[in-house]
Design a protein around this ligand. Structure first.
Ligand SMILES: [Zn+2]
Length: 180
């Protein structure tokens, strides 16, 4: 049964609640595995899986406010076009509506923004999380539930079957580069 410190493996299809537009899914690729109860996933995502067992199905909605938040209008800002120029030239390949660009503020913090509009001398960028303002509908099934190993709990992530390592006292974790 799913409870704290279990490794949960599941398949899911994530759609926007209400219009069923597919956002992402694990079907057809690797299922999702994570340690339950250590804050690896959205709290509401974990809460909806409590006490489920192997082969159980789920279908629930997480409101935007409990997921990636509502859209923050102040995170949509106009940036002068010349901020994108290097050597006085602007790379037109980069400046296109729908492009995601890494940006940096004066303190060196990194943000990803998406170009939503282009004016004569400025670009409008949206720095909201791509899933902000969206109610998320998760539908899927539990594929496996097992106890997390002490090492996994120590590292705070799972060590997948494909990345088996030796049990030497002193080794570097191939998953995280952790040294023990
Ligand atoms: Zn590790």
């Amino acid at each position: 049964m799913i409870e704290n410190n279990k490794v949960v493996t599941l398949n899911y299809k994530l759609t926007e609640a209400g219009n069923s537009e597919l956002i992402e899914e694990t079907y057809g690729s690797e299922p999702l595995s994570f340690i339950y109860g250590i804050g690896a996933m959205l709290p509401q995502f974990e809460a909806n899986l409590t006490n489920l067992k192997n082969n159980d199905k789920f279908n629930f909605v997480i409101k935007a406010v409990d997921a990636y938040g509502d859209i923050d209008e102040s995170a949509i800002t106009e940036i002068p076009l010349n901020a994108f120029s290097s050597d006085g030239k602007i790379d037109e390949e980069i400046i296109q509506i729908g492009k995601t660009l890494p940006m940096q503020d004066k303190d060196g913090n990194q943000f990803e923004g998406i170009i939503v509009d282009i004016n004569d001398d400025s670009v409008v960028m949206d720095f909201n999380h791509p899933l902000a303002g969206i109610d998320l509908n998760f539908e899927g099934e539990i594929v496996d539930v097992r106890d997390a190993t002490e090492e996994e709990l120590d590292h705070g992530h799972i060590h997948g079957a494909h990345h088996h390592q030796n049990n030497d006292e002193d080794h570097e974790c191939t998953n995280c580069g952790h040294h023990h």
